[in-house]
Design a protein around this ligand. Structure first.
Ligand code: GTP
Length: 324
């Protein structure tokens, strides 16, 4: 597709941000986009679920490849990562850094291999794999999810995030646990992904670590099953508003325990605002913003062994009867 091969200094640096569901990848990405001065960044966001919620949390629009207000571009990866990277490379004159956010249930190995494979290795330079870890939920994730373990294993830098939610003694236990999975892991503690960017971007970690580790990894494990790790997603959309009280009751009494993560843009009959809903483990938040498009509800729920019909019907029952 691109007919000229780049010299090594022309190679587009690539950082992969991985980490389990809700660990803070999009939060870190937003922080980077606001603070990575002097770099023109392209972002590829891969999502687990049919609706592109993350790109809306980043910028408030939902087209496939879009220009962000700070001049960065954002693209949702559909089926083919290589194709998406080529599309970024076609704008190489305007882009000098690429960040890829994986889904929370992704094995980062096949993603890293894409950049080290023959199509892209002369055009891109894998700079580092950053692994976000949710300090509050990590121990149970690591025990239950092979993907969580592999995200840790292949990370060049572990960002132990959400330290505001955990006591110091528990952080030490988590670090010990993480080092048992990845010997010699570099671990940075943080809140809301706020770390000095010079420690994580344009650092060329891969040269000394992950590229070799990734290339020598056994490839047989990179199956779809592993990629999803038993997780599934259920989407809910509606152009009728929710009744706030009914939705609150849904959260309090009807939300099944096996929903581990949910995120969405919500429209309540009682409010003129656009509400950004986040649920991670047992915690949820609802933040306000302004509608820039016709209001509607878009919600993705992620968990194991979900009952899509039950969830969709229960959410349908939270809608108001008439259009407002
Ligand atoms: N208390 C606390 N909350 C955080 C921190 N970092 C992120 N969050 C919240 O955790 C929730 C999930 O954060 P995201 O950045 O969306 O997580 P993610 O890894 O992109 O999620 P997925 O892509 O769905 O796997 C959001 O409500 C964030 O505001 C932190 O350091 N402390």
């Amino acid at each position: 597709m691109l007919d000229t091969l780049a010299t090594s200094s022309d190679k587009l640096p690539v950082t992969i941000i991985t980490g389990f569901l809700g660990s803070g990848k999009t939060t870190l990405l937003n922080y980077i986009l606001q603070n990575f001065d002097n770099y023109k960044v392209a972002v590829l966001v891969n999502e687990f679920g049919d609706i592109n919620i993350d790109s809306q949390f980043l910028i408030g629009v939902e087209e496939d490849m879009i220009e962000l207000t700070n001049g960065c571009i954002c693209c949702t990866i559909n089926d083919n990562l290589t194709e998406a990277v080529y599309r970024v490379l076609e704008r190489r004159d305007r882009i000098d850094y690429l960040i890829v956010e994986t889904t929370g249930v992704a094995d980062p190995l096949p993603i890293a291999l894409t950049f080290l494979g023959k199509d892209l290795r002369d055009l891109t330079q894998l700079d580092a794999i950053l692994t976000l870890v949710d300090a509050e939920t990590f121990i149970s994730e690591a025990l239950n999810s092979e993907a969580a373990n592999r995200q840790l294993m292949y990370g060049d830098m572990i960002l132990l995030n959400k330290i505001d939610l955990v006591a110091e003694a528990d952080l030490n236990t988590i670090e010990t646990h993480a080092r048992a999975i990845k010997q010699g892991a570099k671990i940075l503690r943080c809140e809301y992904g706020r770390v000095p960017l010079s420690l994580i971007l344009d650092v060329n970690f891969s040269e000394s670590g992950s590229s070799e580790q990734v290339l020598s990894a056994p490839q047989s494990g990179a199956s779809n099953h592993l990629a999803n790790d038993g997780f599934m997603s259920v989407s809910f959309q509606s152009d009728r508003p929710l009744a706030m009280k009914k939705f609150q009751q849904f959260l309090d009494y009807r939300l099944p325990d096996n929903v581990f993560r949910a995120k969405g843009v919500l429209w309540f009959a009682e409010s003129p605002k656009r509400h950004l809903f986040q649920l991670s483990g047992k915690r949820f938040t609802i933040d306000d913003s302004e509608w820039t498009k016709t209001p509607k509800n878009q919600l993705v729920l992620i968990g194991r062994k979900l009952d899509p019909l039950f969830l969709q019907q229960t959410l349908n029952n939270c809608l108001t009867r008439q259009q407002v």
